[in-house]
Design a protein. Structure first.
Length: 327
């Protein structure tokens, strides 16, 4: 069975997350930061969906709302047969083992006062009540799965390199045998020489354990190699979603084209001949996004209608969707 024929594991429908802006002694709400402003997509079982965009576009906030680490302002998140935004805390806790997250900076996401063994075994105790020898053997197996020696269980995070710390974070995410893992820029804080090792490890683990990934990154060249499909996000909205090969060979949205034109290629002759799209201006504030299309203020081909009417999210082919009036 191909990945495209697999069942849908996660479905996000019109997800919105606004943070209130308050003012004065009575904390009166005077506005809101529209971090995530109505995104829709789904992820198939054993698929990797890449979510790309500039810093501050809402990628990490979307990830936290999907996992219900932040409460959604509006919209729905369906995981298997469960609608996560409306279930009780008790039922949500039962779903937690199946949904995990690998954070961007292992330096910040690992408790410096806990040993590696304690960090990895904590979810085993909290959710499965594993104790003694059984829990110890499980921790050693997880360390072996991510390429670490089982003898490191009594060491602390500061005793490891950045790549090793990220492997510990991956082992912790795998502890409860999840079906779905959100990888929130897991290589951004690592040396370039280590990044490929971590990417290869994640691909091997996906093949071995049948994992489904939402892979968040701003590195388009890396996303091309790991993702089956890619969603491009700008200022809280997804502007284009397509299979990886299609998106990189035939991008439709002007923002996607601009991003890809900034990615260098290996052939210096072709690189000199390439036409680069330089976007003017800065990314608008999510507290005061432009009316109409959010990209209209920087778009090189924007027309009058783009500044007034928000483009509809529509399919241009069975597996390619875009939000642009001019496509």
């Amino acid at each position: 069975m191909t990945k495209s024929a697999n069942k849908t594991l996660l479905k996000v429908d019109g997800l919105v997350k606004h943070f209130p802006i308050t003012h004065g002694i009575f904390r009166r709400e005077v506005g809101s930061v529209k971090a995530v402003d109505g995104i829709t997509f789904d992820i198939k079982e054993r698929e990797t969906l890449g979510l790309v965009g500039e810093s501050g576009c809402g990628k990490s906030t979307a990830a936290r709302v999907i996992l219900q680490l932040l409460q959604a302002t509006a919209g729905k998140v369906y995981f298997k047969e469960h609608e996560l935004t409306s279930i009780s805390k008790e039922d949500l806790r039962k779903q937690r083992p199946q949904m995990q997250m690998i954070f961007q900076d292992p330096q910040d996401s690992l408790n410096p006062r806990m040993t590696v063994g304690s960090i990895i075994s904590e979810p085993l105790f909290e959710h499965q009540q594993l104790k003694g020898k059984e829990r110890r053997e499980r921790v050693e197996h997880l360390l072996h799965s991510v390429g670490l020696n089982h003898n490191v269980t009594n060491r602390y995070p500061h005793e490891f390199s950045g790549g090793q710390r990220q492997r510990i974070g991956i082992a912790r995410a795998l502890a409860l045998s999840p079906d779905f893992i959100i990888c929130d820029e897991p290589i951004a804080a690592l040396d370039v020489s280590i990044q490929a090792q971590v990417i290869n490890l994640l691909e091997d683990l996906q093949e071995k354990f049948g994992l489904t990934y939402l892979f968040i990154s701003h590195d388009l060249s890396m996303i091309r190699h790991i993702a089956d499909r890619v969603a491009v996000m700008y200022l809280g909205r997804i502007v284009e979603l397509a299979p990886s090969q299609v998106l990189y060979s035939k991008p439709l949205h002007p923002y996607t084209k601009a991003l890809l034109s900034a990615v260098p290629i290996h052939d210096p002759v072709l690189e000199r001949k390439r036409k680069h799209t330089v976007l003017v201006g800065d990314v608008p504030s999510p507290a005061n996004p432009p009316s109409g299309c959010h990209f209209s203020t920087r778009c090189p081909i924007a027309e009058e209608n783009c500044f007034k009417v928000s483009p509809e999210w529509r399919k241009v082919s069975p597996d390619h969707s875009v939000a642009c009036h001019l496509v």
